[in-house]
Design a protein around this ligand. Sequence first.
Ligand SMILES: NC(=O)C1=CN([C@@H]2O[C@H](COP(=O)(O)OP(=O)(O)OC[C@H]3O[C@@H](n4cnc5c(N)ncnc54)[C@H](O)[C@@H]3O)[C@@H](O)[C@H]2O)C=CC1
Ligand SMILES: O=C(CO)COP(=O)(O)O
Length: 340
Amino acid sequence: MKEKVAVVGAGSWGTALAQVLAENGHDVTLWARSVPVADELNQRHTNKKYLPQAKLHPAIYATTSLEEACYNKSFILFAVPSHAMRHTAREVKKVMNKETRIVHAAKGFEQDSWKRMSEVLSEELERDQASIAILSGPSHAEEVIQKSPTTVVVACGDQEVAKQVQYVLMNTSFRVYTHSDAIGVEVGGALKNIIALAAGLVQGLGFGDNAKAALMTRGLAEIARLGKAMGAKPITFVGLAGVGDLIVTCTSTHSRNWRAGYMLSQGKSLSVVLDEMGMVVEGVKTTRAAHALAKHYQVEMPLTEQLYQVLFMDKEPEQAAKDLMLRGKTNEMEEIMETW
Ligand SMILES: NC(=O)C1=CN([C@@H]2O[C@H](COP(=O)(O)OP(=O)(O)OC[C@H]3O[C@@H](n4cnc5c(N)ncnc54)[C@H](O)[C@@H]3O)[C@@H](O)[C@H]2O)C=CC1
Ligand SMILES: O=C(CO)COP(=O)(O)O
């Protein structure tokens, strides 16, 4: 059945998801923040800033009007960065219908409140959190747009909604699994960006594959520790929204977070890196959020702690690596048993 879907956010991820939906035969309206981007999408069927090589489906209709995008739609899919979620949702609330199903695909927390995006959406849209679906998993827009086989999860307290989202998005190159652990899926997607930043940094410093494997494994351990404290099921982190996304972002040069880490290793300041990137690097703000959440939940996150010091306290990355290697001696099996 053809559905009317709004995609809110015409960056790389929103554009790639709009493409998947249009290829699946749905009626897609893509909300862009800027007029030139909307015009380019409608007239040339390209989005050069965010997906330079892509030829987009001509049926994708772009608009800068949230009302035109969101009124009378079956689904609204939020693909704006986490820092833009609350104010965007507040505007969407004014023009959307009560029965429209809500999905978000952002991977971060709200600054200062450290809330998950589904909490923010629930507050602003006055919806039960359990009705909000979360799309996550290993999925770089650059590969989705090329129809390279991709697997994702859609998590929702209401499994009927998860199945409906699975139905509209799934096709031969985009496989969608439903999931019931919304907190785990949301937290896994956000926290892996911290480890991806560190992986880019480590690579740029000339550390080898041993260090990368250590980062990913020990990164997963601290993601699971914080996730569990926040109410996630730890087993979720062995799936696509945990290990899967960790692998792709820590090993792919498509990753904005990995690239930002790499650029930092070349001696650039954080503000220069973010300026040059011109796209959202969620891991920077997420490092702040996880640092605060770790304190709040009294969970040990040594990698996050060291990255926090490198990003915000001018610590030399080499010193951070040394401090990690020589921190208090621990027993891996005991830790694993405690978390998993
Ligand atoms: N790019 C990717 O491959 C993937 C990205 N994501 C997540 O999707 C979210 C969006 O990321 P991308 O599309 O990569 O970002 P992007 O940097 O490519 O695009 C961001 C979009 O949001 C808009 N935007 C930025 N600030 C805004 C504001 N204050 N108010 C309203 N709109 C604003 C920009 O105009 C742009 O259209 C992030 O949370 C990211 O982690 C998730 C999976 C894959
Ligand atoms: O979440 C992503 C892939 O699954 C995108 O990661 P980056 O934002 O690091 O590119």
